[in-house]
Structures are given as structure tokens and as C-alpha cells.
Design a binder for this molecule. Structure first.
Ligand SMILES: [Zn+2]
Length: 189
């Protein structure tokens, strides 16, 4: 069965940057399982694997930032007083350090861009924003998503078992992009 809209795809993947640095991989871990065509993976990778069948191996190369994690945005840099940070973080601040910040839609990765005397500059850009990405994928399994999975917006276990928390169905499965969360964060200020 070839990958098309609303397929549930199970695949192994390795993602590299232009210089060959590996930034993520399912190697030695559980393969990635997702519903195809609903934005669960970056658009460039969705395009690159369309129509592939079980057993296929492919290099999807030169995915532009626009079809990956988006461009870097200067306005996503934010200077804040150190005292706003938890004490255990304050003591070990370093440029390049990654933290997780509570955004309106859950945790988002934040990078420490600069440490000054009283303040710290946080970079809310996704660590992969502005970067061209390459992926190597191996398709392990392709099947049609069940109506229930499409309704929930996520993949269920092999026996249709619900592996998510009770009550989750009542929540909108849509996860907003980082850009949306940033916009909302700003409008609050
Ligand atoms: Zn569910």
C-alpha cells in the first residue's frame, strides 16, 4: 500500500543538517508512527515520501526552512530579567543552553542567546528554524487510518487500544505552530 492522505505510516528516519550533523534519528529507538497528510510531520518531508511503499528507502534532501521549521524571526528574541527564571536555572546560564518554556500550547524549546549582568536574551525560534534539512527514511508499514484515529488526530496502538489519557478526546487535537504561540504570547504583553 502506497503512502497517501490519511495513511498511517511507520518509518525509521535520520535527519541531518547541510554539514552532515545528525539532529535527530529513530535509530535504535521505536520507529516514528504518524498520520500522513495532516501536518504531523514537516511539509517538505510529507512531500518527499508521498507514494512510497513498504520497504522503500529514500533520501529526501535539501528541504528548505520554509517547508521545515520556518525561517528564523528576529522578533522571537526576547530579553528578560534573570530573576524571572527559576533559581536552579539562573545559576548555570550559558549561551547555547536549551531550556523548555511553558507556552500556551505546551512546552516549547528555548535557547539562551546571550547572558548579561541582569538579563538574559532568550531565542524562541525553533532550534531548526532557518535550516535546510535532509532526511533518510525507511518505510516499515503503511495502512489506512481508522475513522477514530482521524477523529482523534493521532495513531492508536496495534489493537486499537487507547494509549492516551481519559478525557483527551474532548480536547482539540490541533496543535498550533510555534509561530502561533509566539503571536499569542506577544499579544498578551
Ligand atoms: Zn485516541
Amino acid at each position: 500500500m502506497a503512502i497517501k492522505a490519511n495513511s498511517v505510516v511507520k518509518m525509521h528516519y535520520t535527519g541531518t543538517l547541510e554539514d552532515g550533523t545528525k539532529f535527530d534519528s529513530s535509530e535504535g529507538k521505536e520507529p516514528l508512527e504518524f498520520i500522513y497528510g495532516v501536518g504531523m510531520i514537516i511539509p517538505g518531508l510529507e512531500e518527499g515520501i508521498e507514494g512510497l511503499d513498504v520497504g522503500a528507502k529514500k533520501k529526501v534532501e535539501n528541504i528548505a526552512a520554509e517547508k521545515a521549521y520556518g525561517p528564523r524571526m528576529d522578533e522571537a528574541m526576547q530579553e528578560m530579567p534573570k530573576e524571572q527564571l527559576p533559581e536552579e536555572v539562573r545559576g548555570q546560564l550559558q549561551v547555547g543552553m536549551q531550556l523548555a518554556a511553558q507556552g500556551p500550547q505546551g512546552m516549547i524549546p528555548v535557547t539562551v542567546a546571550d547572558v548579561k549582568e541582569e538579563t538574559v536574551v532568550m531565542d524562541f525560534n525553533h532550534p531548526l528554524a532557518g535550516k535546510t534539512l535532509n532526511f533518510e527514511v525507511e518505510i516499515l508499514e503503511v495502512r489506512d487510518a481508522t475513522p477514530e484515529e482521524l477523529d482523534h488526530g493521532h495513531v492508536h496502538g496495534p489493537d486499537g487500544h487507547h494509549h492516551h489519557h481519559e478525557g483527551e478526546e474532548n480536547l482539540a487535537p490541533e496543535e498550533k505552530s510555534l509561530e502561533d504561540s509566539l503571536d499569542e504570547e506577544k499579544s498578551e504583553k
